[in-house]
Design a protein around this ligand. Structure first.
Ligand code: AOF
Ligand code: ZN
Length: 358
């Protein structure tokens, strides 16, 4: 029965997908006398935690009940008061926890506080599922940078454009629609200068589900034209630059675009500094949509946590590579991933993969 209720809590947690930013997705179920009397989840960043949301739904006395929660209840005062206090006040007799919270402010203290209050606690029900649900949170709380998903739309031979730069379209409409759904569940989309100049993308979410993500533009020398679609002011937009003309900066700011000046590192924009700043701006998961140079730089610095590959059954026999990085010198330096999803999208194939470590 514990697994069954935890499964329900997991399903509830997933409702928060794309809205919890640097927070985890968490679900909670309250059971009494063998039936569910309340359910809750963390709806979004800054909002009630799952346990509190669950307790607010309850219409009868929760006293003596069992709460199933996918992540260890928090014990700290953050944007909201500690969940362990709410659980204790409600008179819950037993708490079943999916997995411990890796946040150093919690990390076992939640379980400790519950036990100290005389509540029975069991940890580790469906633990693997509870951890992989929050792969992004587990990774980003440790690195203090957003979880990075690289999206590629390529040919069988790994090309994203012809030599002349033609790329629209390599993959089918079905694959492109799926890519838009991905845009609806991340906090930001990151692109490099060349992609903005060549493709003039809008970086909007046209899937009809979820909000528009923040556009994140890397423009080291301020080369992107003010008239580019990404600067149309219709979506939250941030541009990171090293040198940009004062007048352009002013015009961008007037349109509501956030301009951040960062340092250079070996003639390149300091990607780690950019990611740290994005995390400080509450971004927990970002999607990188090219081009090859940006993907290459991220791979060179080992900053890719996940990839989303849309593979079209076609061959160019040459052209622009999906990844233009430094390339490893020996096999021992390779970055290994584990495939975790595969599906057909019209004539194309989607392959998802994650770094092996959590
Ligand atoms: C829970 N239940 O539903 C969530 C938890 O700034 P705050 O107050 O929102 O706290 C965020 C931290 O709380 C987050 O980093 C993680 O450690 C924990 N999230 N905890 O008991 C929840 N979302
Ligand atoms: Zn909490």
């Amino acid at each position: 029965m514990d697994e069954q209720y935890m499964n329900r809590a997991l399903a509830l947690a997933k409702k928060g997908l794309g809205r919890t930013k640097t927070n985890p997705m968490v679900g909670a179920v309250l059971v009494k006398d063998g039936r569910i009397i309340a359910e809750g989840y963390h709806h979004g960043f800054g909002m009630d935690h799952a346990e509190v949301d669950c307790l607010k739904q309850v219409e009868e006395s929760p006293k003596g009940g069992t709460m199933y929660v996918t992540l260890e209840p928090c014990s700290h005062y953050g944007k909201t008061p500690p969940c362990v206090v709410a659980i204790e006040k409600a008179g819950i007799a037993r708490v079943v926890v999916g997995t411990l919270d890796p946040n150093p402010k919690v990390a076992g203290r939640g379980v400790g506080a519950l036990k100290a209050a005389g509540i029975q606690v069991d940890v580790g029900v469906l633990e693997e599922a509870c951890q992989s649900l929050n792969r992004a949170f587990f990774t980003s709380i440790r690195t203090q940078t957003p979880y990075v998903i690289c999206k590629f739309a390529t040919t069988i031979d790994g090309k994203i454009a012809t030599d002349s730069g033609e790329s629209q379209w390599i993959t089918s409409e079905a694959a492109r629609d799926d890519g838009h759904k991905l845009r609806g569940v991340v906090d930001g989309i990151l692109v490099g200068t060349n992609t903005v100049i060549k493709d003039n993308p809008r970086l909007s979410n046209r899937s009809g589900e979820g909000p528009d993500p923040t556009r994140i533009i890397l423009d080291r020398r301020g080369a992107v034209d003010l008239e580019a679609n990404v600067y149309d002011g219709t979506q939250p937009t941030i541009v990171y630059t090293v040198h940009m003309e004062e007048a352009k900066m002013k015009a961008l700011k007037e349109r509501g675009v956030v301009v951040e000046v960062v340092k250079e590192k070996k003639g390149k924009l300091d990607l780690r500094a950019v990611l740290k700043d994005l995390y400080a701006k509450d971004m927990g998961r970002i999607l990188v949509e090219g081009g090859g140079r940006l993907h290459g730089s991220l791979i060179d610095e080992d900053l890719v946590d996940e990839f989303a590959l849309y593979l079209a059954p076609t061959l160019f026999g040459g052209g622009k590579d999906a990844v233009a990085g430094r390339a490893i010198a020996s096999l021992s330096e390779r970055r290994d991933f584990a495939f975790d999803e595969v599906k057909m999208l019209g004539p194309d194939l989607f392959i998802g993969g994650v770094r092996r470590c959590l």
